[in-house]
Every structure is written in C-alpha cells, then in structure tokens.
Design a protein around this ligand. Structure first.
Ligand code: GDP
Ligand code: MG
Length: 163
C-alpha cells in the first residue's frame, strides 16, 4: 500500500525544492507522465524505504490573470482532495505570515490530515520563528531544510505509519 503526500503552502517556502529532493533523479520524467495536470506536478517520492506519491502545487508560480489568493485556494483544495496527507510548509526564516494563516484555515475547513513543516530551518532565525508555527494550531512543526536535507528523519518518522 502507498499513500499520496501533497506539498502545500504559499509561494517560495520551498515546496519544489522538497519535491525535487523526494522525487530525486526521476524528476525529469515527471512532467511527461500522463495524468499530470498543468498546476499540480506529481511524481514518485521516497524517503529511505518509504515510498509514496508526492504532489507539488506548482501552479502557484505560473503567470495568470487570476488573483494569487484565489489560485492558492483552488490549487490547495484540489491537492487536499487528491492527497492522503498534506505537508503544510512555512518559511522558518520569516515566520508565519497572513498568507500562511489563509492556508491553515483552508486545510482546517477541508479537515485535511496535516503535517506542519517549518522549512529553511537550518539557521538561527528559525529558533524563534518555529514557536510561531505552534500557534497555527496544526500540531508540532517539523523543523527542516529542504535545501540541505535536514529534518528528513523526522519527516520519515511521521510518514512511516501511513505507508
Ligand atoms: P516554492 O515556491 O514553495 O516551490 O519554493 P522553491 O522550492 O521554489 O524555493 C524558493 C526559494 O527558497 C529557492 O531560492 C530555494 O533555493 C530556497 N529554499 C528552499 N528550501 C530551502 C531551505 O531549506 N533553506 C534555504 N535557506 N532556502 C531554501
Ligand atoms: Mg514551486
């Protein structure tokens, strides 16, 4: 049995960086796979022995006439519907922004299974902002660095029961 993990969060928090890390070398093939929509990039993800499908809400970066807010909501709702679990990512360097609270509310309303991740957590700034993440009311944040590969063990621990 496997599961589907959706990476959600506002632009620039590091979703695609983590997607690339989870998908690894297979990334180049991802866009060519049938069934991949324009806005949600999907690929086979893996941490150690845990295998799953990972969805990146890629369309947040695309130029469009639609407002970013509306687009964020639509894409996130679709990702939530497709996924078994959502990794809700914030930027631990800047802390919780109003846009992050919008996402938190969408996820709560959808009754999504959420894992909170404070990405870009490799520096000292994250020592303080990680506390803000608790206040989102989505449980204990995983401090990680998608770029440097930190926190992957903790992520593995929370994903293992799903596999
Ligand atoms: P997305 O818009 O959420 O998909 O974010 P991206 O994955 O495109 O990353 C946005 C920027 O954050 C890029 O410049 C990344 O290199 C950077 N970034 C991603 N993860 C980390 C991290 O763990 N630490 C730091 N310092 N930068 C990161
Ligand atoms: Mg991206």
């Amino acid at each position: 049995m496997t599961f589907t993990l959706a990476l959600v969060g506002r632009p620039n928090v590091g979703k695609s960086t983590l997607f690339n890390r989870l998908v690894g070398k297979k990334l180049a093939l991802v866009d060519d796979q049938p069934g991949v929509t324009r806005d949600l990039r999907e690929g086979p993800g893996r941490i150690a022995d845990i295998k799953f499908t990972v969805i990146d809400t890629a369309g947040l970066e695309m130029a469009t006439d639609e407002s970013l807010q509306g687009r964020m909501r639509k894409l996130t709702e679709r990702a939530v519907e497709m996924a078994d679990v959502c990794l809700f990512m914030i930027d631990a360097r800047v802390g919780v922004l109003p846009a992050d609270r919008v996402f938190a509310d969408i996820l709560r309303k959808k009754n999504a299974h959420v894992i909170l991740a404070a990405n870009k957590g490799e520096g000292k700034a994250a020592d303080v902002t990680i506390l803000e993440a608790y206040a989102l009311g989505l449980g204990e944040p995983i401090r990680m660095s998608a770029e440097h590969g930190e926190g992957m063990g903790e992520l593995m621990d929370v994903l293992r029961p799903l596999s």
